[in-house]
Design a protein around this ligand. Sequence first.
Ligand code: F6R
Length: 235
Amino acid sequence: MQVIIKQSHADIADLVSEKFLRLIRNKPTAVLGLATGSTPIASYQALIRKLKSAALSVSQVTTFNLDEYVGLHDLSQSYQTFMDENLFKFLDFNPKKHHFPSEQNLGHYDQMIVEHGGIDLQILGIGPDGHIAFNEPGTPFDSKTHLADLEESTRVANARFFSSLEEVPTKAVSMGLATIMAAREIVLIATGSNKADAVRSMLAGVANLDCPASVLNSHSQVTIYLDEEAAARLY
Ligand code: F6R
C-alpha cells in the first residue's frame, strides 16, 4: 500500500486522473470501478479535461459503480444521475456499458464484473466511519454485492445532497468488500479533517471490521491519496 500526501485536492485530482488517463490510453476497453460523493468530483473533472485535450475516446470503456440508493422518491438523487451529471455526459461513453447495482441484479453483479474481465482500476472515497462504498463497520470482509442498511451517521453526512434528512434513503445496494478487493488496482482519496480518524484507523496496519477500509491493507496494488488535513492524525 502506497500513501501519498499532497497539499491540495487539486494535486490529488491531477495524479488520480493521470492514472485513469494512462489506463484508458493503454487499454481502450478498460473496466473502471467508479464512486460518487464529493471526493471523486475533482478527479472526474480533471479526467474530462485530459481526455478531451488528448482526443481520446471512451466509447469502449465499461463502468461499474460501487453503489446505488434503494427507495428514492426523486430519481434525480440517484447515483446514476450523479454519474451522468459529473462524468458521463461530458464524454463519448456508450450508455450500454454503464452498470449500477440494483435490487434486481445484486445476486449477479459480481458475476457481471467477472464476465467483463474484472475491474482494472477502482476509485474509492471513505466515510468518516471508515466505510467504503456502503460497507459500514461490521460488514464481513468476504461480502459480495448486497443490500446494505445505512448508518445514521452516513445518512446525516449524505443529507447535504437532499432537502431534508428524512429524504435520505435508509438502504442501498453496494458492492461488498470482497467485490472491491477483486479489482486489479485501487485508488482511495481522503480529504478534509472529518476523514482524519477514519484514515488513521485504515492505516493502523491491521485489518479490523470496525474500519471497513482497513481491508485494503491486504491488497497488493492500492494507492491512498491524502491531503494534509486527512493525514493530520497519522503523526
Ligand atoms: C460513494 C461511496 C461512498 C463515499 C463516501 C465518502 O459511491 O461509495 O462510500 O465514497 O461516503 O463520501 P464523500 O466523498 O461525499 O465524502
